[in-house]
Design a binder for this molecule. Structure first.
Ligand code: URA
Length: 459
């Protein structure tokens, strides 16, 4: 295939035809297009963007580079959630079993930590024995039996994305809306879903921090899903501070379990419920948001969601007793409390600093082949807007050794800012709902969505 004219056309702001995208992706996946040409084209896409038909053709080509989960004739609705990534974001571990326990199948395909953000697979693998590398056949059998499987991208799913993603990672072309949208949606569309809910993060800890950019990403992915017969809805949620209290794999898994047992932090629970409501509505098992919310709350309270997580853990080779006794999760050797340095108001808890510190502690990867220490991380008990007294314990560091503790304490000093007053308001926890019809702002008391304001009052 003669690729140079295609690169030049895109470089100059032109458009490639669907047939050209198909041929190009097929040739690249077959090894007939070298990486240096593909990276030049990716860079041209980053600068010039893609028209809707081009983006559709690229996504379809990536999707059909591999297999799909097929549930032909199975009457149970299948809905997944995808997050664009954050710090402390353990929502999937709570949401997948919760929604599955409400009668909706959740074939959840997740990723590993990426950049400063954590990944669901790493959190699941903190559970001794848990196997995320299911084949498509295993995943399908488990979804049919338990209505829930939590796995990584199998080699059968969208191999073109795997290859392209690795290339983008080393060619400065990750942060391009059409490339992110095609990458995410080519994998999600392979899951055989009847609906998809997107958790699009914005704020300093998100990959694309500006709200407008996050909205554009949401709209782009929704159009891709809807055009391919997969109804898709997105919520924009805050990532200007970590979600929940725990940041780091085993600590987050433990917090997710506590949440399923009814003792989770209010913000984590609120985001989980909001996404769960959208999933139940898309699945058609409830007709109104209020009823969907009630069903989720009752299911969590009944213990059925925690039980579902146990079944999934057992089916995937892990020890289900971890849900009753999380002390079997990896434990850090060195733990130290961090105290407020002064009296005042917490104005920032900077997620990128926390995410990068987890990697430095060994809890994430600096290189693809690095192994992960699941035990390390932070528990941060304050949020922007909280009043603190000098000397009050506000966080803990979990590390391998004394040097790790020092590193963690330094990161907390940098990440947690205390001042006389709050200069800048934190982002609303859930700020926008995006559907194919348009964008709805979710304003509640004090600028927060109503539901979150209520959750805060409850404590
Ligand atoms: N997650 C993905 O799967 N792909 C991207 O491009 C970015 C985040």
């Amino acid at each position: 295939m003669f690729v140079v004219p295609l690169i030049e056309r895109k470089r100059d702001g032109g458009v490639l035809t669907p047939a050209e995208w198909r041929e190009l992706i097929a040739a690249y996946t077959a090894g007939a297009v070298p990486d240096y040409q593909m990276s030049a084209l990716l860079m041209a896409v980053l600068w010039r963007g893609l028209e809707r038909a081009e983006l559709g053709a690229l996504t379809d080509a990536m999707l059909s580079s591999g297999d799909r989960l097929a549930f032909d004739g199975w009457p149970v609705p299948r809905v997944d959630k995808h997050s664009t990534g954050g710090v402390g974001d353990k929502v999937s571990l709570v949401l997948a079993p919760l929604v599955a326990a409400c009668g909706v199948a959740v074939p959840m395909m997740s990723g590993r930590g990426l950049g400063h953000t954590g990944g669901t697979l790493d959190k699941l693998e903190a559970i001794p024995g848990f196997r995320t590398g299911l084949s498509l056949a295993e995943a399908k059998a488990q979804v049919l039996k338990l209505h829930c499987a939590m796995l990584g991208q199998t080699p059968e799913i969208a191999p073109a994305d795997k290859q392209l993603y690795a290339l983008r990672d080393v060619s400065g072309t990750v942060a391009a809306i059409p490339l992110i949208a095609a990458s995410i949606m080519s994998k999600k569309l392979a899951e055989g879903l009847t609906g998809l809910v997107l958790d699009v993060k914005h704020g300093g800890g998100a990959f694309l921090p500006p709200t407008e950019t996050a909205l554009e990403l949401a709209r782009t992915m929704i159009a891709l899903g809807v055009d391919r017969g997969c109804p898709t809805v997105a919520l924009l949620t805050a990532m200007d501070r970590p979600l929940g209290r725990a940041c780091g794999n085993a600590l987050e898994t433990e917090e997710a379990i506590q949440t399923l047992l009814g003792e989770g932090p209010a913000d984590l629970l609120e985001v989980t419920y909001a996404l769960g409501v959208e999933m139940l509505l898309l699945a058609g098992v409830e007709k109104t948001a209020a009823k969907a919310r009630k069903r989720l709350e009752e299911t969590l309270r009944s213990g059925r969601a925690a039980e579902k997580l146990q079944q999934v853990i057992e089916a995937q080779g892990g020890n289900p007793k971890i849900v009753e006794d999380p002390s079997g999760l990896p434990q850090a050797q060195a733990v130290e409390i961090y105290k407020a340095q002064e009296t005042g108001v917490v104005t920032r808890v900077e997620p990128r600093t926390i995410g990068r510190a987890i990697i430095a502690l060994g809890g994430g990867r600096q290189k693809v082949e690095d192994s992960v220490d699941h035990s390390v991380g932070f528990v941060i008990t304050v949020k922007p807007g909280d009043k603190v007294l000098a000397g009050e314990p506000i966080a803990s560091v979990f590390a391998r050794d004394a040097a790790g503790v020092e590193l963690g304490l330094a990161a907390l000093t940098q990440a947690i800012v205390i001042a006389d007053r709050l200069a800048e308001r934190p982002l609303p926890l859930i700020s926008h709902r995006v559907t194919k019809e348009g964008v709805e702002e979710m304003k509640g008391e004090g600028g927060r969505p109503k539901a979150e304001a209520k959750a805060r009052k409850r404590g």
